[in-house]
Design a protein around this ligand. Sequence first.
Ligand code: FMN
Length: 366
Amino acid sequence: MTGGLMVPLSGQSQSAGQDQFQLINGNTVDLSEIINLFDFEKMAEGKMPKMAFEYVASGAADEFTVRWNRQALDAIKLNPNVLNDVSKLDTSVTLFGHKLPYPILVAPTAFHKIMHPEGELATARGASKAEAIYVVSSFTTTPLEEIKKVATEPFWFQLYVRDDKEFTKNLVQKAEELGCRALCITVDTPVGGARDRQARVNFKLPDGINAPYRIGESLSITWKEMEWLISFAKVPVLLKGILHPDDADKAIEIGASGIIVSNHSGRNLDTVPATIEVLPRIVERVNKRIPILMDGGIRRGTDVLKAIALGANAVLVGKPICFGLASGGAEGVTKTLEILRAEFEMAMALTGRATIASIDQSLIWK
Ligand SMILES: Cc1cc2nc3c(=O)[nH]c(=O)nc-3n(C[C@H](O)[C@H](O)[C@H](O)COP(=O)(O)O)c2cc1C
């Protein structure tokens, strides 16, 4: 199998200590015990302050949607073919003219400095090392100029529209000037969700950590503001948080270049369905007019395969990146992506699919 960085399936093929990394504060971090993405969550829980862990790990209200995201992926069975030539895999996809070596991006997540002292700089370094696009959150705790300096792979920018429209426009233009290749405008957060677990730990940013673009109040945007944003954006605009096929249609009508099927990892409106359940409806309605990305509960290479089989062009991962970051800074982020990439390659080979184009609905057991 070629085409990607392989991560050993178990620790035994690695020499002891190979996975030990030096952090800038002099502490070493040992990631050799980490075999899969769930391991990172356990490690992160032991390392993060409770408030930060609760911020990352929690969903809205009773967390039905958080669980459904995973349960729905787990419930899908695969229908493999054998004896296809899988000696050489091509996992690359092209999005908006840019070739990605594999179809996994880093989802925008806020406040990385509460997860690791190096914050978004570690995320950018880690994602770049794994050759992945990092979608930087509007609620980054590190200015974009600094992220740009350390990122060696392209980055995208996620926008929460603020009530000061001039500020919002300037922020988009700043991101574009700094080389951001696409804009993901989050449309599923006119208000925050019922974040019970965050309320219980009285979540707030610790002193000394601030989010420079979280200025004023968020604007409860409508299709009108979205048209305004698309009218001046110079890079492709994706609408993040689409769950209804009618909204996918409208997004295309107003000129969106892509959509992200997302339920915000179950953090906003509890009891909406799992994104993997929603995906086929959106795929049917969009009918290949624009690329569709998906996120929510992706933890295994087989999850990536299932999303692509059901029509996604690529997926994003949120929480696992936060846990990788909290566990091991940049190296944790890289390892998170490498594990997922390696598992995805295994899943392709084991289902007899050598290219992304050959991953289709017939892979899903009916
Ligand atoms: C800690 C955390 C912070 C997040 N912050 C943002 C954000 O600032 N902007 C945004 O559009 N989505 C945000 N999201 C949602 C993610 O972009 C993404 O939709 C989701 O995490 C994907 O699901 P997963 O975490 O199960 O992989 C956040 C998610 C988490 C877990």
